[in-house]
Design a protein around this ligand. Sequence first.
Ligand code: FAD
Ligand code: 2HG
Ligand code: ZN
Length: 460
Amino acid sequence: MTTVAYFISLLGKDNVLEDPEALAIYGTDWTRRYPPNASLVLRPKTAQEVSKILAYCNEHKLSVVPSGGRTGLAGGAVALDGEIVVSVERMNQILEVNIQEMWICAQAGVPLAALQDAAKKAGLFYPMDLGSKGSCQLGGNLATNAGGLKFIRYGGMRNHVLGIEMVLADGRILDMNASLQKDNCGYDLKQLFIGSEGTLGIITQGKIRLMKKPQPYFVTLIAVDTFSHLLSVLALCRKSTHTLTAFEFFTDAAYQHVKTCFPHLGGVFSDPHPFYGLIEVEVASHTQGEHPLFRLIEEAFSCGILADAVFAENAEQFSRFWSMRENITESLARTGRVHKNDLTLPLGSLEAFMKSVSALPKGGIEVIYFGHLGDGNIHINYIGPANGDVEAFRRDVRVLEKKVFECIAHYRGSISAEHGIGCIKREDLHYSRSELEIEIMRKIKAVLDPTGILNPGKIF
Ligand code: FAD
Ligand code: 2HG
Ligand code: ZN
């Protein structure tokens, strides 16, 4: 029996895709940087089917790319070299919402927004939130250890996981999906697979802790004249009695791109300022008629660190302010040519880092800064001319990016805060991981995937 015939007998004809259009769609992720080169797309429905797929691929030494919502920004879910793409999109069942124990159990292909909705329906709260929530999936969020917009308050995927079910490279199903709040029996193996970017197995199920429904959120948008002032406002927020749920920032250059794509998001401030911040707090009760952030903003003005501020007074303004921040990635993508860095630094080094990077010669490259400032997570997007020479842009960006990474290494920061390494940053892993760390990672990979079929060329 041929490989295709075997998979058709296992999954049915509709779930074994060979047409060029499907190969192109499933062979790439949101970066769209590499020409997709998948040989086959498989769409299993159960862990048992995934198990049979991997057992077969392992025996026949066929490489596999695990694929979720393909919103990844590191080239993790791309098929570069004739791999078989295993998409978990049909594994889209929410299996249980347990209110007493406060968790949700779902198959890997459930989109993030559906998990949020299911938790809400049960009167609880799913703590992850990403701009890609409509498309990214539980398995992808776990495999990348996604961070997101509320990390400052709730942490990332790692912090929420109670259990996972995995299929190993040889097809064995590793069930680590218990519902224990406390469990100290040896190594916590599930944590090894979280953030492993499809290189150690395929995640088929996850059990995620839910939280109490939060108190109402309040948002204000601030404008400042220097990056240092943003950090001073952050310091004031830390002292506030309100619980900070987001502290995001973006430059006016980023905002200009958003306004070009989404003109209805313009007109918030009467004058432009170099930096904007979005502050969100969770508030149990506050003085009627006064925005909960009013006192804090008043204090910031009196310290001379604020240039302007606008409170979200209603639900429409609240979502408008968030849209200004969440639409940056989409707006920059529409410029045609983007290269991304996703960096974290200790908060105390951020200002010096930004000064060093601002001083670097940029040539014709437009450099946009935004991100999750409260987490020390800066996204740098480098934009090249839409009709310019792609190769020249990549070469110039690479020269610049290496200098940025040297700066990151100097401050002991990370070259990947939340998107992962994928294939885009694999040559740069050494900026943030020592030789010994990389050696240990390679040994773990060799133990769990001795034939090397799982997502080759990613991370290493
Ligand atoms: P994919 O892109 O399909 O895959 C990502 C990686 O996980 C690949 O290496 C893939 O092989 C592996 N993988 C996928 N599914 C499985 C599985 N079932 N088992 C094993 N491995 C698997 N990320 C953040 O962290 N924070 C943000 O704020 C954020 N905002 C974003 C906003 C936009 C507009 C976009 C486009 C992306 C954003 N991202 C963000 C990046 C992306 O959404 C996340 O990395 C997300 O977790 C990827 O999930 P996915 O299902 O799309 O995975
Ligand atoms: C965000 O924070 C995402 O909006 C995407 O992580 C970042 O596009 C990017 O560089
Ligand atoms: Zn981000």
